[in-house]
Design a protein around this ligand. Structure first.
Ligand code: GLC
Length: 755
């Protein structure tokens, strides 16, 4: 008896031991890179659902203050929270924190439009390697960038955060951006996926876009970034696309993004979920940001009643865990909170130098010799605009203005005039602009200078520099009056300064510190030189002065078209440039509740160049202080595509870099196509006078294809192709040709709605 009891006790103890060790084993189960499946199986439904909704548990404190959002921790399983912060021109969070006098400034790098104007993916990677280091060293896991929606219309308020009107330039820049950031072991978020090309009513607007325009224009850049950048995350946009919110559009988020393009990261919403959270989760939107309890409740209910299957739930959870195990926070990285801001500021300055575009330089007005007496006009010469407003803003320690930069470059400013502009309080000077019935303060209302004063200044100084400023921003589109168009005061200032200085045989230089395209055709004749720094970051004014003084030879080229007038733009009759006019009935207002992309693929130069419509400055245009010659190109083609080379020689007197744009004209017949489309580009190294460099370009047969929506297929026609090497889309320096012997097609899913 005793023995049996003894044995029973032993077994009991043993099973208890096993149980405890199993329990200990289970409670010791912690997430690792190699046990994700085990963790998924060990998670409760509540834990799984919690992981799919952003935010932090009640009372939980993130170490990093003022960021955009988080993913939630599940401490039982060793799953940490992770930190998501904006934005494209630099890390954005609170520069100060309670309890410490340490500051947490970030570097304000040039905006995406200026980076694109460099046409230099290597430069972009250099910039974002520095930017990504700040993300890492400040304890953030994902930078919510690149913003990369196509510049469908110049009045989109966020164009400064985006790259271009052309999907190849946009996609290549975004891919370089992603590689640079992620080289630090932190993530990015390609946004806003997709067709988020206006700010007016952005959370509800239904973009109605043909499959061909989507595939060739609005999705092509995202396809490139996914395949060549491999971003950890994608951010679905607020808007709807062909009648479905993009965050709920399975055809977009799963069929195209994952099944066709091979995306293996997570999709998060933009910062606002829609009512149908369940449809978002089922469609492939893994993470709801910023995350609300009601979204957890909805998902819990949907799991319980079977609206969401266990497979769908586990699929999204698996995606989240695969993301989390990549993050520095999961890896326990000990971040310093002390990135090298001084070094990064120099990177920002060099990037601005490379992206600034010289639009006009009559009679070699520029470069100046750097010691001239300069009359510096314009309120923006003091209130210089480094970036636009909204989530893309960066809290920097400083922004250099034009007065400081010109003085440091060696110029002597007209001190009386400089004092006049310093005495103007930019905030007081801001004018209230009515936008959608609400007052938004738009800074930089220009101040008049009397003709008498200008006359005296024209005698006392060697040259006039006039800075025209604009600040665009998230959440509102731009308008024509005093925004796309010059204000009356600005026009008068340019006229009076030009007249007075020309009367003295002196010159006027205009600096466009703007966030997006403005009207230039009606006044550019007044200026002897025009320099376009866009919104060039905290060091941008130094870069402008470097170019004016000839320390740097400008090499930037336009990433979008400057039209003669706004209504020349095909999309302008389908764009909300009068957002204050809102119809009372929702869902019925054109360009507000829905926007018809009636122009289809005819965006930017594809329209202007094909139809020979005059523009003020064409896509790809930019001047240099030197000149370049292009050799006879070589082109070798086969069924897989072609390889081209061209040799560029510096035929001028100063060193410089040249951007070469490779366009292709496809055989006549079949689908109606643009006369030429950008398929590749390259930028020479710095070439000394007389020095040459041979650039090589590779274009695949797939990259030559156009989208046939009736066949739901990419098609590369057989026949004769022209290859054009341009200094801009209209300045073709040399051409070549090749024959594609047989047609090729790549079928895709007809998953995006609207023919
Ligand atoms: C904003 C923006 C998005 C940003 C996010 C977080 O609404 O659309 O670009 O990343 O919210 O701030």
């Amino acid at each position: 008896m005793k023995k049996t009891a003894y044995m029973t006790m032993l077994c009991l103890a043993g099973s208890l031991l096993v149980a405890t060790s199993t329990q200990a084993q289970t409670s010791k189960l912690v997430l690792r890179e190699d046990n994700i499946e085990e963790v998924v199986n060990a998670m409760t439904t509540e834990e799984k659902v919690t992981l799919l909704v952003g935010g932090l548990p009640e009372g939980f404190k993130s170490e990093v203050k003022g960021v955009a959002g988080h993913t939630r921790p599940i401490e039982r399983l060793g799953i940490p929270y992770t930190v998501l912060a904006d934005g494209p021109a630099g890390l954005r969070f609170n520069p100060t924190r309670e309890g410490t006098d340490q500051t947490f400034y970030c570097t304000g790098f040039p905006t995406s439009t200026l980076l694109a104007s460099s046409w230099d993916p290597e430069l972009v990677e250099t910039v974002t390697t520095a930017m990504g280091n700040e993300v890492l060293e400040y304890g953030v896991d994902v930078l919510l960038a690149p913003g990369m929606n196509i510049h469908r219309n110049p009045l989109c308020g966020r164009n400064f955060e985006y790259y271009s009107e052309d999907p190849v330039l946009s996609g290549k820049m975004a891919a370089a951006y992603v590689r640079g950031i992620q080289s630090n072991g932190v993530g990015t978020s390609a946004k806003h996926f997709a067709a988020n090309n206006q700010e007016t009513n952005r959370t509800e607007n239904d973009a109605r876009v043909s499959s061909r325009a989507l595939r060739e224009i609005y999705l092509k850049n995202f396809e490139i970034v996914i395949k060549e950048g491999k971003p950890w995350t994608v951010m679905s946009s607020y808007n709807a696309l062909n009648g479905e919110y993009t965050q709920q559009k399975q055809g977009l988020l799963t069929t195209v993004l994952r099944d066709e393009w091979g995306f293996d990261g997570i999709v998060m919403t933009d910062w606002g979920g829609k009512d149908n959270t369940v449809k978002s989760a089922k469609s492939g939107n893994d993470l709801m940001e910023p995350g609300y309890q009601m979204e957890i409740d909805r998902l819990m209910a949907a799991v319980k009643d079977g609206q969401i299957s266990q497979e769908e739930l586990d699929r999204n959870v698996r995606n989240l865990l695969n993301y989390i195990v990549k993050t520095p926070r999961f890896k326990g990285y000990k971040y310093s909170n002390k990135p090298n801001l001084k070094a990064h500021a120099q990177v920002a300055r060099q990037a601005a130098q490379e992206g600034i575009v010289l639009l006009k330089n009559d009679k070699s007005t520029l470069p100046m010799n750097g010691s001239e007496k300069v009359a510096l006009y314009g309120v923006t010469s003091v209130d210089f605009v480094p970036i636009g407003t909204g989530s893309g803003q960066v809290n920097t320690a400083y922004t250099v203005n034009m007065q400081q930069a010109m003085t440091e470059a060696g110029f002597t400013l007209d001190e009386h005039l400089a004092e006049f502009y310093r005495s103007i309080d930019a905030q007081e000077n801001a004018v209230d602009m009515m936008e959608r019935g609400r007052v938004t303060r738009r800074k930089h209302a220009e101040i008049a200078v009397s003709t008498k004063a200008i006359g005296l200044q024209a005698q006392a100084n060697d040259v006039a520099v006039v800075v025209i400023g604009r600040q665009a921003g998230e959440g509102e589109d731009r308008i024509l009056k005093d925004d796309f168009e010059l204000s009356a005061v600005e026009r008068e200032l340019l006229q009076n300064v030009a007249m007075a200085y020309h009367a003295q045989g002196k010159k006027m230089i205009v600096v466009l510190n703007i966030g997006g395209v403005i009207e230039t055709a009606s006044w550019k004749h007044l200026a002897d030189a025009i320099v376009l720094p866009w919104s060039p970051g905290q060091e941008g004014a130094h870069a402008v002065a470097d170019i004016l003084a000839g320390k740097v030879n400008p090499s930037g080229k336009l990433s979008m078209t400057f039209p003669v007038s706004y209504m020349d733009i095909p999309s302008s009759k389908n764009f909300p440039y009068d957002p204050t006019d809102r119809s009372p009935r929702r869902g019925t207002k054109r360009n507000v509740d829905f926007t018809e992309y009636e122009e289809g693929i005819w965006v930017g130069y594809r329209y202007f160049q094909t139809n020979d419509v005059e523009v003020s400055y064409p896509f790809g245009y930019g001047l240099s202080y030197t000149t370049f010659a292009y050799s006879k190109p070589t082109v070798k083609a086969d069924a897989n595509g072609f390889k081209a080379t061209v040799t560029v020689t510096n035929t001028g007197k100063v060193a410089g870099r040249e951007v070469v744009e490779l366009y292709v004209a496809t055989p006549a017949g079949g689908l109606e196509k643009p006369a030429r489309e950008l398929k590749a580009f390259g930028k020479t190294k710095m070439l000394a006078p007389g020095e040459s460099e041979t650039l090589t370009f590779n274009v695949s047969a797939y990259e030559l294809a156009s989208f046939n929506e009736d066949a739901s297929a990419w098609e590369t026609a057989s026949g004769n192709y022209q290859v054009l090497f341009g200094a801009s889309v209209t300045d073709i320096r040399c051409t070549s040709a090749f024959k594609m012997s047989k047609a090729q097609a790549w079928k895709v899913n007809d998953a995006l709605g609207k023919k």
